[in-house]
Design a protein. Structure first.
Length: 135
């Protein structure tokens, strides 16, 4: 199977998509991953996913503020990262103010084709076929 992970940075973040694929199916796997990236860039279903995701993030922030144990963890987070007491209030305000155009701009910046790096590991012939499929 495949997995995806996001690593934030001060500049653009890093999205890692990885998985093990039989060498005989490398082209198919590369094309499938590229298709998913293109769908993200094109914004298929983005409007509905955006509304649901924004609500979920705000609900999670609110839930962390009422549960005593979660609040303890959040206070520890603020202290360890030297953040102001109103950090989560400001995050909630920024999330609430986020627009669909903001998300589209972020996708264009973070998932732009000029940001893409393809790493393939395996037999040389499979790597060459995978690289050709990515073009």
């Amino acid at each position: 199977g495949f997995s995806a992970d996001y690593t934030p940075h001060l500049g653009p973040g890093r999205w890692d998509v990885s998985g093990a694929v039989d060498a005989a199916r490398v082209e198919e796997a590369v094309v499938a991953v590229r298709r998913v990236l293109e769908e993200l860039r094109a914004g298929h279903k983005l409007k509905a996913q955006f509304a649901i995701s924004r609500r979920a993030v705000l609900e999670q922030i609110a839930a962390q503020m009422v549960d005593a144990y979660a609040r303890l963890g959040e206070l520890d987070f603020l202290a360890r990262h030297h953040l102001a007491d109103d950090f989560w209030d400001r995050v909630a305000a920024r999330v609430a103010a986020l627009t669909l155009d903001d998300v589209r701009a972020l996708i264009a910046k973070e998932l732009g084709e000029n940001q893409e790096v393809l790493g393939l590991f395996g037999p040389a012939a499979a790597i060459q076929r995978g690289a050709a499929a990515a073009r």
